[in-house]
Design a protein around this ligand. Sequence first.
Ligand SMILES: *Cc1c(COP(=O)(O)O)cnc(C)c1O
Length: 366
Amino acid sequence: MHVRYSYLPQQFEAIDELLAQVKALVQSGDFTLGAALSRFEGEFAALIGTRFAIGVGSGTDAIKLSLVAAGVGRGDEVITAANTFIATAGAIHEIGATPVFVDCDESFCMDVGAVERRITPRTKAVVPVHYAGNMVNMPRLCALASANDLFVVEDACQAILADFEGRRAGTWGLAAAFSLHPLKNLNVWGDGGMIVTDDGDLAAKLRLLRNHGMANRDEIAMFGYNSRLDTLQAVVGSWLIGSADAITEKRIESASFYDREFAKIPQLRVPTRRKGCRSVFHLYMVFAQRRDELLAYCQKQGIEAKVHYPIPLYRQRGLAHLGYSLGDFPVADEQAASLITFPCDQHLSREERRYVVDTVAGFYGQ
Ligand SMILES: *Cc1c(COP(=O)(O)O)cnc(C)c1O
């Protein structure tokens, strides 16, 4: 059996209605900041439960523009996770600020206790990453941030519809960034991102920043960026957003199945699932003995298992100038050496996930 990682061909199989909408858009010529974008922004804000949503060019830009709008820039320090995807740190670097890393915990998310120890007079913001679809302990982080006058910009790129004690990812910080990249839980046909916030002034500034700082055709209010969510992608996003809850439920259902079955295999360890935290399993990861051998075996048996990521971000060659070295973040290191990711998406069938479990059990001789 072949268990693929990417489900995009299935996701966009029955799209006649969508193609008709795309055709109408193309014929209208309403390509940039079009009506469909405003509509999608309204739908997105309603889904997350914020007052505003602003469509931008990517999840990376969503983080970047949010930090810029908050006044973060050159010379500032921004605390984030040592094990995140490069885009989080890249967005911080792009605006001239310095990413300052902290280790993660069992949830794959930042250890909030470690954040406190990294605060300096130059710290201006924290970017908690709701990694893998789990959530950072936001009540603790927000309390710490407000006690130290730090902005919180959530990197919710992997965590659409996740929640912590009933409150959604994206509703805790000053602003939050979502990605619509094809590999994310809610995706479009290319790059795209969304910023959500409840702050009207910030939202207005973000709308300027994404569109060259143009107040209107003739007036420039500030320097900005070219980072609009394409209207075409908004059409695709609107078409899919009604399925967001179903996508999430399906991922959680498959993850529960894996959790139950993998708990029976002594050479695997299922991470403790924090009570009161709803993970949306952007990545389904467990810790495995003889991980590299298991990975190779699964791949040979047709399962596109992966490792996110074999080298944690803080140890990447391109970030060496930040001055970190092996051992600075032992939890991230330990996880990088032992975690394995299995397909866990809304199109994964019962037979496929059963095959994954049987294959893993077979590898360990059970
Ligand atoms: C995908 C991702 C981003 C960036 O999103 P893009 O849309 O690819 O720019 C940022 N942070 C995390 C944690 C991500 O997974």
